[in-house]
Design a protein around this ligand. Sequence first.
Ligand SMILES: NC(=O)C1=CN([C@@H]2O[C@H](COP(=O)(O)OP(=O)(O)OC[C@H]3O[C@@H](n4cnc5c(N)ncnc54)[C@H](O)[C@@H]3O)[C@@H](O)[C@H]2O)C=CC1
Ligand SMILES: CC(C)(CO)C(=O)C(=O)O
Length: 315
Amino acid sequence: MESLQRPVLLILGAGAVGLSLAGKLSGTARVYVACRPAHADAIREQGLAIEGIWGNGTVDGIICVTDSWEVPAGVEFVIVTAKGTDTRAICEEYAEVIRGLPVASLQNGIGNEEIIAEYTDTVVGGTVTTNFSVVGPGHVRVRSESAPMQLGVWSGDGAAAALDRLIGIVRAAGIPVEASDDIRAGKWTKALLNIAVNPLSALLRAPVGAAADDDLREIVAGLIRETFAVAGAEGVRLPWTTADDYLEHLFCVQVPDFAAVYPSMYYDLRLGRRTEIDLLNGYIVRLGERHGIETPYNRCIAGLIRYAGAHPDAR
Ligand SMILES: NC(=O)C1=CN([C@@H]2O[C@H](COP(=O)(O)OP(=O)(O)OC[C@H]3O[C@@H](n4cnc5c(N)ncnc54)[C@H](O)[C@@H]3O)[C@@H](O)[C@H]2O)C=CC1
Ligand SMILES: CC(C)(CO)C(=O)C(=O)O
């Protein structure tokens, strides 16, 4: 009977972001997480350990699945938090579960919602500007937060109703969240931060604050100016008129907010995992080629990340 009273959610690809969300959302919802066996075993045995700005303690009641057949009927909403490099694979694996359900993405980079829309009609786009990391199996840490979660209609007739419902669930769990009336622009807006800081932090093994160093500011400015040119050619309406307006926000607000933490790409490179570079800087290079816009800064940084990803000695 519980499903009649509490929303039933499935989080697909639960690591740093997905497990932290599960920890918070399980206060007001029944939460299934599709995760790897190491997390599943630890959480089944001793609950989810969570620490940081979203609270400290152990959360019981999260239900881990490692295969699609383990998901029971009755899931109301799906939230994808796998890396963008795994979006298609996880949608394939859980295709029977997600078909017909509203699915939201909270992933970084451009292109995830388009893939998800191939598997279900109702898609909600989203961004989360909080720092999450995995401490160990079934153990996550939530550190700095710079903006509320943004959620907005991506596609499907049912998306507006699904959006309202999801915002209600997220808010009830105590997570700051806002509705976005242009989530496509919202995804680009979030990508600006990731394009500026993720690859530099990953390559230099330095926290986000390094981006403000005198030796790096010009590189960051180059990455962002190129991204603005490409976004303009794509007709994306960013909240800042010029790249320099955004750079002021980046250096005065976002970099200070995340100065001491490491972004997700840092962990991917250190752990030898595929990075999301081709959904971020690499994506800007590809779009630049299509529009005849030179993107030497993004081309350079994307090449460095790909090289480091492919050569263990270089990371
Ligand atoms: N870590 C952060 O602070 C933030 C990350 N993001 C974005 O959120 C997304 C997720 O990032 P993280 O949580 O850091 O990544 P993560 O790598 O910690 O978590 C993703 C998890 O999905 C699992 N996974 C992938 N395919 C799976 C499958 N088929 N079945 C079960 N589990 C599967 C992976 O094994 C991994 O544990 C990325 O797009 C990232 O850029 C966004 C905001 C902040
Ligand atoms: C906002 C930030 C930088 C938080 O860690 C992020 O999105 C990431 O790590 O990819």
